[in-house]
Design a binder for this molecule. Structure first.
Ligand code: CP
Ligand code: NVA
Length: 306
């Protein structure tokens, strides 16, 4: 049994399979062709933080695969009344086939997985957001072909998205130019690849414009992630120069793409003319969450098919 708790949990070979499989699953979806490999299977989705994309993409995706879903939040389950995570995992995993969790500390999802009879998927933690990077790389491949050898510019917070990009770079062989404000750097321990090293896959730039120079993809995220709301005002000041604008996009390659996992704040981490401009692929990126997660759920439950 495999869990998907961080990007490092799958190999480059498994990712190659998933990207191909997601393309096929997407093609079938667009052609209104039935694809029901998960009939009678149930996904439990546990949300301890808010969500739009993750909820809709997992829920719609599971129904499209022929399965069904159970939706739990901290507020409407015993999780919010301090039932131990280990007990919750033992109970929930006796009744469903797959669990997706969005929560705070990575240790919580690890504890859940350690006590689960079924595969567990990380739907975002403070440390990682692997399903999003799975979708982002799939989107890059759709638009530009293989990401191997390419350069991604990360402008902004050293957060869950940044850590996951760095894990992916070490695993799939591309580079990340990272530019974060002072005090919001990435935690290198979290960002290492599966081999325990980043193998030269990232470089730090104090100037975000320099990070974007020559990049194939420019990407950013909110200045204040969920769980850090108390720091919002302080962050607004620290991040003022880390707004992706037309000048940064002009420093990147002429055919560079712009991505943002969303939700976005125009005029903060990105200017409206960039996110709503011709280089932006944010809507494909959001839609692709569903297609790659369908491939992932199918893989975790059935292994390689066809
Ligand atoms: N990108 C993403 O995970 O969006 P939600 O918070 O809406 O799920
Ligand atoms: N870094 C953001 C991503 C939201 C999808 C957060 O954790 O809130």
């Amino acid at each position: 049994m495999k869990h998907y708790l961080q990007f490092n949990d799958l190999t480059a070979d498994e990712y190659a399979y998933l990207f191909e499989r997601a393309a096929l699953i997407k093609k079938k979806f667009k052609a209104y062709e039935k694809h029901h490999p998960l009939v009678d299977r149930t996904l439990a989705m546990i949300f301890e933080k808010a969500s739009t994309r993750t909820r809709v993409s997992f829920e719609a995706g599971m129904y499209q695969l022929g399965g069904s879903v159970v939706h739990l939040t901290t507020g409407d389950s015993q999780l919010g009344r301090a039932e131990p995570i280990e007990d919750s995992a033992k109970v929930i995993s006796r009744m469903v086939d797959l669990v997706m969790i969005r929560t705070y500390e990575q240790t919580k999802i690890e504890d859940f997985a350690a006590n689960s009879r079924v595969p567990v998927i990380n739907g975002l933690t403070n440390e990682y957001h692997p399903c999003q990077i799975l979708a982002d790389i799939f989107t890059f491949i759709e638009h530009r072909g293989s990401i191997q050898g390419k350069t991604v510019a990360w402008v902004g917070d050293g957060n869950n998205m940044a850590n996951t990009w760095l894990q992916a770079a070490a695993l799939l062989g591309f580079k990340v130019h990272v530019s974060t404000p002072h005090g919001y750097e990435i935690d290198e321990k979290l960002a290492v690849g599966a081999g325990g090293t980043s193998a030269g896959s990232y470089q730090f730039f104090s100037d975000p414009l320099e990070a974007c120079r020559g990049a194939d993809l420019v990407t950013t995220d909110v200045w204040t992630s969920m769980g850090y709301e108390a720091e919002n005002e302080e962050r607004k000041k620290a991040f003022a120069d880390w707004c992706v604008d037309a000048e940064m996009m002009a420093a990147a390659k002429p055919d560079a793409l712009f991505m943002h996992c969303l939700p976005a704040h125009r005029g903060e981490e990105v200017e409206a003319d960039v996110i709503d401009g011709p280089q932006s692929v944010v809507w494909d990126e959001a839609e692709n969450r569903m297609h790659v997660q369908k491939a992932l759920m199918e893989y975790l439950l059935l292994g390689r098919v066809a």
